[in-house]
Design a protein around this ligand. Structure first.
Ligand SMILES: *[C@@H]1O[C@H](CO)[C@@H](O)[C@H](O)[C@H]1NC(C)=O
Ligand SMILES: *[C@@H]1O[C@H](CO)[C@@H](O)[C@H](O)[C@H]1NC(C)=O
Ligand SMILES: *[C@@H]1O[C@H](CO)[C@@H](O)[C@H](O)[C@H]1NC(C)=O
Ligand SMILES: *[C@@H]1O[C@H](CO)[C@@H](O)[C@H](O)[C@H]1NC(C)=O
Ligand SMILES: *[C@@H]1O[C@H](CO)[C@@H](O)[C@H](O)[C@H]1NC(C)=O
Length: 487
């Protein structure tokens, strides 16, 4: 009976007392981060006046803060959460799927710890390579700070010194940038998904520059992603698919389906492996219409002009093109789509060789990724036939970075890696090596253009006026002559 009562008393005694040292430490830590911060104390069990004191100190320092008892979806990189391991651990914190993302980039965590070892609690926290999770352990009036992360979600917790506080906060990180502290993921496997459409042997010639006419985009992406994986010290793994994949009747096809299936096959283990979808859909979508006119081609420079022209509109016969022309609802694109895929009669889809030959013959617009078209143009066109090639962008796609799974724990690391690859010029070097630029024609005047009788109308009219005027002059001269003769 007595023991029961004492237990109840102990259980109720959740309210902890925290002194000014802790509160001052929190404040110095947040200030020293030098970042705009939205401070959220989560599930604190401190005494009421200490909560108020903390709020007060933070607001004096110009930091917004709230107390919260439940996690909702907070937005953005300004958010810093405070937890106290002396308070009851909020079990539900990461059992909730949406809340577990809060332990990754871009959120910040400050977790207070007293002397006892609490590492067993923390081994379950869903940390990732992008986590900014600081454990502040107190001994007497000193805090020692360690930052914890995992190179892979199933890996062990890694700890690095972050700094200490003995009245003043000292930050001892070697680099302030998260990327530079985390860029070694220690051989964790990352998988990239490649789409090869032109030839099945592409996967054996990804880097040797043989069969250059096939799948240039896939090869470029492969090289760039491999570089990024090397920068992160990841172990590369590959998937090859033959189609990009679209959602039809609620289920996916192609690469996306492969990814989903592979995930299911390898069960849980693979759930953790990220899928870097190689340039996926967007690269295909940024395809262009290539137009060739056999006359000076200023007439067609825009989509509107293209839709009003009398050209034959056609597209490369690959899976994404069948999909692309159903995607738009604006009048101009609908008109163009109708002319490529008329409701009656045969749709204009051609193999790339046939399409390029029709471009050469003229009055023909062909929707395709430009690169393979230009490669064939260089091989099959006469010099003067290259002069009037016009590119019109149909999809208004953007030049993509590499797509990465949306909630991937490696998102931030890959983002920085790809930017480095691009900014260092490696990306454009690879592009130049693998892609054929737009063909240039060396002598523009040689383009032959036939002229119809209607084009000559002003000239003919001028001649007629001239003849009429000369007749009048003749008449005047004759009259003049006669008058002299009469006189
Ligand atoms: C779990 O997530 C849902 C939304 O996904 C949210 O409504 C709920 O409050 C969360 N529960 C906790 C305990 O955070
Ligand atoms: C903390 O205080 C105790 C008792 O005063 C002392 O024995 C211990 O050495 C102190 N620890 C540190 C790190 O100063
Ligand atoms: C805190 O540590 C620094 C450097 O280690 C030292 O110079 C300073 O005197 C210490 N402050 C206190 C109050 O112990
Ligand atoms: C490549 O192989 C797959 C399956 O073996 C097949 O479906 C696809 O049509 C082939 N692609 C080419 C371009 O030969
Ligand atoms: C989607 O469903 C419709 C009607 O149920 C069917 O006609 C069509 O063939 C299906 N498409 C695919 C790709 O399964």
């Amino acid at each position: 009976m007595l023991i029961g009562l004492i237990l109840i008393l102990l259980c109720n005694k959740e309210v902890r007392s925290k002194d000014l040292v802790t509160i001052h430490f929190i404040k110095s830590f947040v200030i020293k981060e030098h970042k705009p911060t939205y401070f959220i104390s989560y599930g604190l069990c401190w005494k009421r006046n200490q909560n108020l004191k903390l709020l007060n100190e933070l607001s004096n320092a110009g930091i917004r803060s709230i107390f919260s008892t439940h996690i909702s979806n907070y937005q953005g990189h300004e958010t810093m959460f405070l937890l106290d391991l002396d308070c009851p651990w909020p079990e539900k914190l990461y059992s909730n799927g949406s809340a577990s993302n809060l332990f990754g980039f871009p959120y910040h965590w400050l977790v207070l710890n007293s002397l006892e070892d609490k590492s067993n609690i923390l081994s379950d926290v869903p940390l990732s390579p992008g986590s900014d999770f600081v454990l502040a352990s107190r001994e007497n009036d000193t805090f020692t700070l360690d930052e914890l992360h995992k190179t892979s979600p199933i890996g062990e917790v890694l700890s690095n010194s972050r700094g200490y506080y003995n009245g003043t906060y000292f930050d001892i990180r070697p680099h302030k940038e998260l990327f530079r502290r985390r860029q070694n993921i220690m051989g964790h496997p990352l998988t990239m998904a490649n789409v090869i459409q032109d030839s099945n042997s592409t996967q054996f010639h990804l880097e040797d520059r043989l069969e250059a006419q096939h799948d240039a985009t896939a090869k470029i992406s492969w090289m760039v992603v491999k570089l990024a994986f090397q920068m992160l010290n990841a172990t590369p793994r590959y998937i090859f698919s033959h189609r990009w994949g679209y959602k039809q009747n609620g289920s996916w096809s192609g690469m996306i389906d492969d990814i989903l299936n592979n995930k299911a096959d390898l069960g849980r283990m693979m759930l953790w492996v990220i899928f870097t979808a190689l340039m996926a859909l967007y690269a295909a979508y940024s395809a262009n219409i290539v137009v060739l006119l056999q006359a000076p081609s200023n007439a067609v420079r825009s989509l509107t002009q293209l839709s009003q022209s009398k050209l034959t509109l056609a597209a490369n016969d690959v899976d994404y093109n069948h999909f692309v022309f159903g995607m738009y609802s604006d009048a101009v694109r609908v008109e163009i789509s109708k002319r490529v895929k008329p409701s009656h009669g045969k749709a204009h889809f051609y193999e790339i060789k046939e399409g390029v030959e029709k471009i050469r013959q003229g009055l023909f617009a062909f929707h395709s990724i430009v690169e393979p078209v230009y490669r064939l143009v260089e091989q099959t066109f006469l010099e003067m036939e290259k002069c009037d090639l016009v590119e019109v962008d149909f999809m208004m796609g953007f030049d993509p970075f590499v797509p990465v799974k949306k909630d991937s724990p490696y998102l931030e690391l890959l983002r920085v890696s790809f930017k480095r690859i691009r900014e260092s010029g490696l990306q454009s070097a690879i592009n130049k090596r693998m892609q054929v630029p737009k063909p240039k024609c060396s002598h523009r005047i040689s383009a032959f253009s036939s002229v119809g009788i209607l084009d000559l109308r002003p000239v003919l009219a001028l001649m007629l006026y001239g003849i009429a005027v000369s007749l009048v002059i003749l008449l005047i001269e004759m009259i003049n002559f006669k008058m002299y003769v009469i006189i």
